[in-house]
Design a binder for this molecule. Structure first.
Ligand code: DX5
Ligand code: ZN
Length: 217
């Protein structure tokens, strides 16, 4: 099965956000990945709720909102109102992950959990059936354009085993340093969704890059 492709708007031209969202609308992208960074959970600040709203005004595809923020539970409703269909919170930022997942679902959104590279997938065993999507970070969150961490393949396979063992329907998303070399291997290991920022937007023809990532993975 072809993976879901979720280009990351973080790598778009922010001075031409509408143009780049429209580019994604007319491409084979399935979702639009929206990276929210607060400068506390990660050492960088991207953009917040009003920009998410502005993206949503033009987007014709689901917004996959990745919250790289502390206390994400305080902002779930704001992001749902700003157009998020999928909301991922970081495992490392949630003291009461189960409650936060129920809050996301209560808003009518799909609930995702993102894992930093140092966080083991085994920590999700007890809650896997409550998670619609696990986002395995294949770089340290905070910046686009970083190098893919090779250990990710093993994490994908291990997570897939847990999902099968628990009879869950959880999807696996990979975020960071995804390109045409690692994409087919990631899908083979069990990935369902590929996020790609720089590889798409820094390419000569982003729509063509999205299409080939989808077809050749
Ligand atoms: C990293 C972000 C990623 C990033 C991916 O903190 O969560 O979504 O935009 O960008 P690339 O594909 O350039 O690594
Ligand atoms: Zn992301």
């Amino acid at each position: 099965m072809n993976p879901i492709i979720a280009p990351s708007i973080l790598a778009a031209d922010f001075a031409n956000l509408q143009r780049d969202v429209e580019l994604l609308n007319s491409s084979e992208a399935d979702w639009i990945h929206v990276d929210i960074m607060d400068g506390i959970f990660v050492p960088n600040i991207s953009f917040g709720i009003p920009v998410c709203e502005a993206i949503n005004k033009h987007a014709q595809k689901p917004l996959d909102v990745h919250l790289m923020i502390e206390n994400p539970q305080n902002y779930l409703e704001a992001f749902q109102k700003a157009g998020a269909e999928i909301i991922s919170v970081h495992y490392e930022a949630c003291n009461h992950l189960h409650r936060t997942l129920q809050q996301i679902k209560g808003l009518g959104c799909e609930a995702g959990v993102a894992l930093n590279p140092h966080t083991s997938v085994s920590l999700l065993e007890d809650v896997i059936s409550d998670i619609d999507m696990v986002c395995i970070m294949s770089v340290n969150p905070g910046f686009g354009g970083q190098k893919f961490i090779e250990r990710t393949y093993e994490k994908v396979s291990a997570l897939k085993e847990i999902i099968i063992k628990r009879n869950a329907k959880t999807l696996i998303e990979i975020d960071g340093g995804v390109n045409s070399d690692n994409a087919p291997k990631l899908v083979k290991a069990g990935a369902d969704i590929l996020v790609a920022g720089s590889f798409v937007f820094k390419s000569e023809d982003p729509a063509k890059t999205i299409s080939s990532l989808k077809k050749n993975s």
